[in-house]
Structure formats: C-alpha cells, structure tokens
Design a protein around this ligand. Structure first.
Ligand code: SF4
Length: 352
C-alpha cells in the first residue's frame, strides 16, 4: 500500500536488509493499480472457484496511505472478487487513532499490530532513535476492545526473556500471536537460541490453565505432528498460497525473500499484463509447490521433515547455490519440533 515507514526498525527486510527496491517504487499504490490488482484477484478466485480470499494491506506502514484510501481499496476488492474477502491490515500501530480505528472497523478491515513485547524498543524505533512502545501501547489500549482486533506479530529476540515477552504480549488480550524468527540465511546467520526460546514460550502457553490466545506457529507444528495441515510460512510442506502485489503493480513472491538478496522476490510480472496463474509458473513459486521434491538431501533424510519442511524459504538461502538447503534455523527447528512432539505425546499418552 505504501512504500515508506515512520519507524526505522533495525531488522526490517524492506529497508535494512539486502533488497532496496522500495527506493524505485511509487510511495502509494494508485487507484488504477489497486483496481487492476482487485480484478486479477477476482479473476483468479473465479477461475479456481475459491471459497475465500484473504488480502493483507501491508507496507512500509500502510496507514501512511490514509484510511480513506484503505477503505476504498477494501470496497473495490470486495466488489471485484466473487467470493468472501477477508481484508486485514498489518501496522506498526503508531498512527492508529480512535477515529482511524473506527473507520477501519466500518470498512471491515481487521488490524494486526507489530509488537515485540519487553524488548520492543530495542529494535522498533523511530528514525530519531526513540522507542515506539509508548505510541504503540496507546493504540493497543484502543484496539484491545475493538472488534477489528486481529492480533499481534512479534519478531523474537533470543536475548530477551521468553516468558516475560509472552506475558507482556498477552496483557493486550490478543486473539492471536504470530511469533516470527528474525530473517537470516546461511550468509547472514542468526543469533543462537531461538529454538530454546520458543520452547520456553510453548511451555508457558501450553501449560496455561485456560487457552489465553492462539499462537499460529505452535498450533501449526502441533497440527503437522498429528498429521494435519499447516498454515505457516515457517514450517511444513504445503504449497505456498501467498502472492505479493507492490505499489508499482509488480507481482512478487513472498516479501520476506528480500532479506536474501536484492531482487530475490521479483518475478518480472505485473498485474497489468499477467494473471496470478502466470505467477504460479515462476520457478521460485514452482519450487514451493512441489513439497519434498524441493528439499535438500539432508532434509529428505530428516525424521521431522514433514513437520519442519526445511523451515521458512527465505532462511534456506546460501549465496552461490540458492534455496535447496535446510533453513539456517535447522537446529532450532529440530529442537522445537522435538520438544512439542514430547509434550504432545506425553499429554495424549501416545507415541508420535
Ligand atoms: S530440522 Fe533441519 S534437516 Fe530437518 S527438515 Fe528441518 S531444516 Fe531440514
């Protein structure tokens, strides 16, 4: 929706890592391009008889596009698509006023906020260097009583206290929390300890006397361990079902690939000239439709391959040889999946 942001988070894959394509793109998507995008989504939904489509309005910071624009985009999407469209907004929360929230709720746009918990101000700062937590917490005070509240997105920091982080997030009563591994690859390895960090959060979440919130990564790993489907980009072998449309109309692969190298997400396609089915034929998308056939030999031999699926595609990248590698978080995924497997097996008194 908008290529700029009012924060300068140090781990941001749009501005701080390998890809800098935002510099050459329009600040805001134009009406002609969002209507072309809506027509492409509608065409795809009709051709494949989709029961439902989910669109996330993303940035940069999407609220910088203005709530009137976002509401019009949601209306145009719903008019162009022949099935129900869930429209969500992923925001840093700093510009979320009561009036903005009311307008988003009126437009049936749900709102998810990026919040890192106790360590929030370490990474999520304004360009001045000031932390953004105070501004975000003002927004969350409004959001947590709103029907538009979709949840929180937290990038984990293994140097923070995992249980304190989780507990600082659930203070805001989120319907769901997405924990994301910081983007890294074999050329830019992550800090150690993410697997143990997540295992500690899992225990705190799993052992709560009542279900406090949904944690997508944990629920996905539990589902996959029990033979069910997964929804996460971070685990499993399900075909990818995400396309990104940029402010210049470019059709791209999942934007987290921008963390790997400059142009990693690009396909050369545009909503003006190509369908979403054309995007499915791009080699990067094909590699993410073919399940185990895209895995490295070490993953094919791994006992948790059907659950881990080599992890997030962006985290498999190694310069010179591409993406046919285990995730750089291999040890963390193996530890976390083994931990959840043991906890589930113990709870259910079955071998998993
Ligand atoms: S745990 Fe490691 S070896 Fe096993 S599937 Fe995941 S990335 Fe591959």
């Amino acid at each position: 929706m908008h290529q700029r942001c009012n924060l300068a988070c140090d781990y941001c894959y749009v501005y701080e890592l390998a890809d800098q394509s935002w510099r050459d793109r329009p600040r805001v998507i134009s009406p002609a391009l969002w209507r072309a995008a809506a027509r492409r989504i509608g065409e795809h939904a009709a051709r494949h008889d989709l029961p439902h489509v989910r669109v996330t309005l993303h940035g940069g910071e999407p609220l910088l596009a203005g709530v009137t624009t976002l509401a019009q985009i949601a209306a145009d999407l719903r008019a162009a698509v022949p099935c129900p469209v869930t429209v969500g907004l992923q925001t840093n929360g700093t510009a979320l006023s009561a009036a903005t929230l009311a307008a988003l709720a009126e437009a049936e746009i749900s709102v998810a906020v990026s919040l890192d918990g106790v360590g929030h101000d370490k990474h999520r700062r304004f360009p001045s260097g000031d932390g953004s937590f105070r501004a975000v917490s003002a927004a969350l005070s409004l959001l947590c009583t709103s029907s538009a509240y979709a949840g929180l997105l937290c990038v984990i920091d293994p140097s923070s206290d995992p249980v304190a982080t989780y507990e600082s997030l659930i203070e805001w009563q989120p319907p769901a929390i997405d924990f994301l591994l910081p983007h890294a690859n074999w050329a830019s390895p992550p800090s150690p300890g993410c697997g143990a960090w997540l295992a500690s959060v899992f225990d705190r979440w799993y052992d709560a006397p009542r279900r406090e919130t949904s944690v997508r990564l944990f629920e996905d790993l539990m589902s996959l361990l029990l033979g069910g489907p997964g929804r996460s980009e971070q685990a499993g072998l399900a075909p990818v079902s995400v396309a990104v449309i940029e402010t210049d109309g470019s059709l791209e692969q999942v934007d987290a690939l921008k963390s790997a190298y400059s142009g990693a997400a690009s396909t050369g396609l545009s909503v003006l000239t190509s369908s979403l089915d054309d995007l499915l034929l791009h080699p990067g998308m094909v590699a993410r439709q073919i399940g185990p056939a895209a895995l490295a030999p070490s993953c094919l031999a791994c006992p948790v391959a059907s659950v881990c699926g080599a992890g997030h595609y962006a985290h498999r990248y190694r310069p010179g040889s591409g993406f046919r590698h285990p995730t750089v978080y291999c040890e963390d995924m193996f530890l976390l999946i083994g931990h959840i497997r043991r906890r589930l097996a113990s709870s259910l008194s079955v071998a998993l």
